[in-house]
Design a protein around this ligand. Structure first.
Ligand code: ADP
Length: 425
């Protein structure tokens, strides 16, 4: 194994694995840090992604999990650690991107690292250190309404600096697009200059795929890189690997089809609306009803069971920003999130027990909760549905034949994603 990756959420893990597989790296994703119950013996592959659910965990927990993942990956032979963060840099002023980066730098003895969430194929670009989502600055994008990690500043140098521990004195610099355009050696020289000025990391601009390939080459000797999934497109070639479709083969699919959606991102709202508008059947979960103690998981499963098999069914808590705000005002953002995640994960488990063999989960946190409830420890990465979202196959105690699973990050995928995903399978 050459590359060891730590993803701060589960959909981010599959997004990264998808890019590595497409560029020719045989990749396995393990759920959580392997331990005695889940030994995760060094799989025969070129890269391993350890998927954590640390994006919105308390800082100390996120740091501890990430350090444990790094230790395990290094013990398996990883020569470089790739800390995968969200392409919209989802985090809070407390972290966790900054504190985890600092802890990994300490553990790996890294005196410098590069940071870029750029993923041009998915319309995430970084210009002069500012993150754009499509044509909008991050702070003008729908990410400003995220239920758990509202992003209100597009200047990543400032965002990252604010998350670092002032006592450690690390400073964040910028490698801008003009330097990147001059190639890996120019980036190397800029990094040396920043080091001399006392910076310990740099946000790096990325406007197109070539920028990311150049950065991957420039960063090949760094023990740690911090990036969205985009940087991954440049890494396999550095290890002499070429794109190979066989890397993405999965077993044949079977069983009923279902979607469980806990994402409230703009793209997911459009996908849920399109699914229902096209005549798809859906069951809505209202968090305020959950808070009264009503067992909506049981109700959703009773609704879904007789419908399974004919066409895909949808169970969703997905709601528009105003509705999410109203719920959060009554319940608190964290409590509402936890309540919905717990309910949707029970539903996902119940659906698979009832015969679902092809499951889409929308939402990063939601995916983490569902994968854990399903007792999944390892995913094989298959063909891409949309940029950032592949079909995967996993063993689960809930289904002897295994489960085909698509973990969709909230803002990924076109409006007809749900239908198209099942057609592709
Ligand atoms: P995304 O990938 O879009 O960020 P996540 O699943 O990571 O989606 O995050 C969405 C969060 O919002 C989850 O914690 C989820 O439980 C919560 N949530 C879902 N529906 C609602 C709702 N109607 N009101 C409040 N919170 C919700």
């Amino acid at each position: 194994m050459n590359l060891g990756c730590i993803a701060d959420d589960f959909t981010g893990g599959t997004d990264l694995a998808n890019n590595l597989v497409r560029a020719g790296m045989r990749t396995v994703q393990v759920i959580g840090v392997p331990n005695h119950e889940n030994p995760g013996d060094a799989p025969d592959c070129d890269a391993v992604v350890v998927a954590l659910k640390s994006r919105t965990a308390p800082v100390a927990e996120a740091v501890a999990q990430s350090l444990a993942a790094a230790r395990w990956l290094r013990a398996q032979g990883a020569t470089q650690i790739y800390f995968k963060v969200c392409s919209t840099f989802d985090s809070t002023p407390q972290g966790n991107i900054g504190p985890v980066t600092e802890a990994l730098m300490d553990a790996l003895g890294a005196d410098f690292t590069v940071v870029t969430p750029a993923f041009p194929e998915n319309a995430r670009t970084v210009f002069k250190g500012h993150l754009f989502v499509g044509d909008l600055l991050l702070s003008d994008s729908p990410m400003k309404h995220h239920p758990l990690t509202p992003m209100t500043d597009a200047n990543l140098v400032r965002v990252m600096q604010a998350q670092l521990d002032p006592a450690r004195g690390r400073r964040v610099g910028l490698v801008d697009y003009r330097v990147v355009a001059q190639g890996p050696e120019a980036i190397g020289r800029r990094i040396e200059a920043l080091r001399a000025e006392g910076a310990a990391m740099a946000v790096v601009d990325g406007l197109n795929d070539d920028d990311l390939r150049v950065l991957a080459r420039a960063a090949v000797e760094l023990p740690l890189v911090v990036a969205g999934s985009g940087l991954a497109i440049g890494i396999p070639a550095l290890h002499g690997l070429q794109p190979d479709a066989r890397a993405a083969q999965l077993p044949p699919a079977g069983g009923a089809r279902a979607v469980v959606s806990g994402s409230c991102s703009a793209a997911t709202n459009a996908q849920v609306a399109a699914f229902l508008a096209a005549g798809g059947e859906g069951f809505a979960i209202d968090p305020l009803q959950l808070a009264t103690g009503r067992d909506l998981a049981a109700e959703a499963l009773a609704w879904a069971r007789p419908r399974l098999g004919a066409a895909p069914v949808l169970v969703y808590a997905t709601a528009e920003p105003a509705a999410v705000r109203a719920v959060q005002q009554q319940l608190g953002a964290e409590q509402a999130g936890a309540l919905v995640e717990q309910t949707l994960s029970r539903i996902a488990k119940g659906l698979v027990a009832a015969g679902v063999g092809q499951l889409i989960v929308a939402g990063g946190e939601t995916s983490g909760a569902c994968v854990q409830a399903l007792g999944i420890t390892q995913l094989r990465i298959g063909p891409q549905i949309d940029p950032g979202v592949p079909w995967c196959h996993a063993a689960t105690p809930a289904r002897a034949a295994g489960l085909h699973l698509a973990l969709k990050s909230g803002n990924f995928g076109g409006p007809d994603f749900f239908h198209r995903a099942f057609e592709l399978l």
